[in-house]
Design a protein around this ligand. Structure first.
Ligand SMILES: [Zn+2]
Length: 260
């Protein structure tokens, strides 16, 4: 079921509310949750938004106090920090673009669905390239939702989470890490050999996760989340974080896993 109702439904519910109908009855009549009626009243009445002439854009969690799906947000933040860009379009609108390897269509669908949870009216556009799929949604409020937006490449400027973002990430570190590792990371299987006591050699397999990013700030956001979950990591290179200890790999397999 869609979370977004037609303007007609919203207007009808608000007229009833103006006429003194209680939220509970109003919710039953319109087949929505009481919480939804309360949100409509808040958005339209308290903020004095015009009505009957259509919504003037999707309300923003930062400017309008719209509800934010925090779990979806943490996931989208991971994707944005890893492989996302916000590009200014015309008339004060911005396009959030997230690129994903074309091979992994399930993940591209997941990114599109996550964008829809963060901006409930979005209909994401998936653009195919030769090697990458680009998932795009336009919104005036992307810079409010991702204040890391700024001129130039992410690794050439300071990337710092706002306090409200830190609070969300602290609640959903798994979601953030899923976004980070699926955008700018990989999970791969290595083979190694080990001598067997008494002679001979045994081949064994081990799995390792790697997150690569040129921004030391983004690397720090990744390792902070790993620390919060007690997942051991190391830095094999200046621009990478690796998780290869068995317990760490097991933990990441629980919420990251192979790409698909
Ligand atoms: Zn805003």
């Amino acid at each position: 079921m869609s979370h977004f109702r037609s303007q007609e439904t919203v207007d009808s519910a608000l007229r009833m509310s103006d006429a003194g109908v209680s939220d509970r009855v109003n919710a039953d009549v319109h087949g929505v949750a009481v919480k939804t009626i309360m949100r409509w009243r808040r958005q339209y009445q308290w903020l004095g938004l015009p009505r009957g002439q259509g919504f003037r854009g999707t309300p923003c969690p930062r400017c309008d106090g719209a509800e934010l799906d925090e779990s979806a947000y943490a996931l989208l933040l991971g994707w944005y920090l890893g492989d996302g860009h916000i590009v200014a379009a015309r008339r004060g609108v911005y396009t959030l673009q997230i690129s994903n390897d074309q091979k992994y269509s399930n993940l591209s669908q997941e990114v599109a669905a996550t964008m829809r949870l963060v901006k409930p009216t979005a209909s994401p556009c998936l653009r195919g390239g030769s090697t990458a799929t680009r998932i795009e949604v336009r919104w005036k409020h992307w810079p409010c939702v991702f204040p890391q937006h700024g001129p130039g490449r992410k690794h050439l400027r300071k990337i710092e989470l706002a306090d409200w973002q830190r609070e969300i990430v602290a609640k959903y570190p798994e979601q953030l890490l899923r976004g980070l590792f699926h955008s700018d990371g990989c999970r791969f299987v290595n083979w190694a050999t080990r001598p067997i006591v008494g002679g001979g050699i045994r081949r064994y397999e081990y799995i390792r996760y790697m997150f690569s990013n040129e921004s030391e700030d983004i690397i720090g956001i990744c390792t902070d989340a790993l620390d919060q979950l007690g997942i051991p990591w190391r830095r094999p290179r200046r621009n990478a974080v690796a998780v290869s200890r068995k317990e760490g790999v097991g933990a990441l397999d629980g919420f990251v896993g192979p790409k698909s």
